[in-house]
Design a protein around this ligand. Structure first.
Ligand code: CTP
Ligand code: CA
Length: 226
């Protein structure tokens, strides 16, 4: 009576999920970032917690409430996210990287705001560490999942990333679909494996995408642990 049946199929597992953008400060008041809303990662955290997992959500700056029952670690920069994800992942069985990690940061961020000058300026950028690739180098039994947004050659590029980063699969999407991807409540993704095998999922709510992602992650985990 009034009870809903909830699958607890992730009980006993620890999952780390990253979400949102990172901010790479040029000076105390200016940064490089991207429009990631964090909704996809928060949906994964909420769904995994509901299914019994211990969840650590490493989040860049977003406008979303902390999900109840989830350990939330707030970060700003890619370097901070790298530290927080690697630390939380040590005893985790699954890591899902939904975060839109900035690829570069300022080589020498200014400690003071400087006035603009009339002419052109250039900023020296250096590459950020790749969190998923770092996890992939010491993979063990852990399930590693990435996301990729591509404008072209999506399957090929996503498979290449899964291979290079040693991820089990990548969920690929395109920035052009109305109501999906950045900021939307729905998502239309294609699951891409390192060998190029892929399957397109229908347009679903981000919560439903999270549910399917976790079904697939659990299958991979079972296969690894036999
Ligand atoms: N990723 C990461 N650390 C980074 C960059 C990306 O962990 N410094 C993760 C993302 O969270 C995502 C996956 O890698 O799960 C793919 O991200 P993407 O930006 O598509 O890959 P890149 O290798 O940065 O390739 P690109 O040059 O296309 O941006
Ligand atoms: Ca990138």
């Amino acid at each position: 009576l009034g009870l809903v049946q909830v699958k607890r199929d992730l009980a006993g597992l620890k999952l780390v999920v990253s979400a949102g953008p990172t901010r790479e400060y040029l000076d105390p008041v200016r940064f490089i970032s991207n429009p990631s809303s964090g909704k996809m990662g928060y949906a994964v955290a909420i769904e995994a917690q509901a299914r019994g997992a211990e969840v650590v959500l490493v989040s860049g700056p977003v406008n979303l409430p902390d999900p109840p029952g989830v350990q939330v670690v707030k970060v700003e920069s890619a370097v901070q996210m790298y530290g927080a994800v690697l630390e939380a992942a040590r005893d985790a069985q699954m890591v899902v990287m939904t975060a839109a990690v900035a690829d570069y940061r300022a080589a020498e961020p200014k400690s003071e705001k400087e006035a603009k000058t009339a002419g052109e300026v250039s900023i020296q950028l250096v590459p950020n560490p790749d969190i998923l690739a770092a996890l992939g180098r010491e993979k063990g039994q852990r399930v590693l999942i990435g996301f990729a947004m591509e404008t072209h050659a999506g399957v090929e590029r996503a498979a290449g990333k899964a291979q290079r980063k040693n991820a089990d699969f990548i969920l690929l999407n395109y920035p052009t679909q109305e109501g999906t991807a950045f900021g939307g409540d729905d998502n239309q993704v294609t699951l891409v494996r390192p060998d190029g095998q892929h399957e397109a999922w229908p347009r679903l709510s981000k919560r439903e995408v999270a549910a399917r992602l976790l079904d697939e992650a659990l299958k991979v985990y079972m296969r690894h642990s036999v």
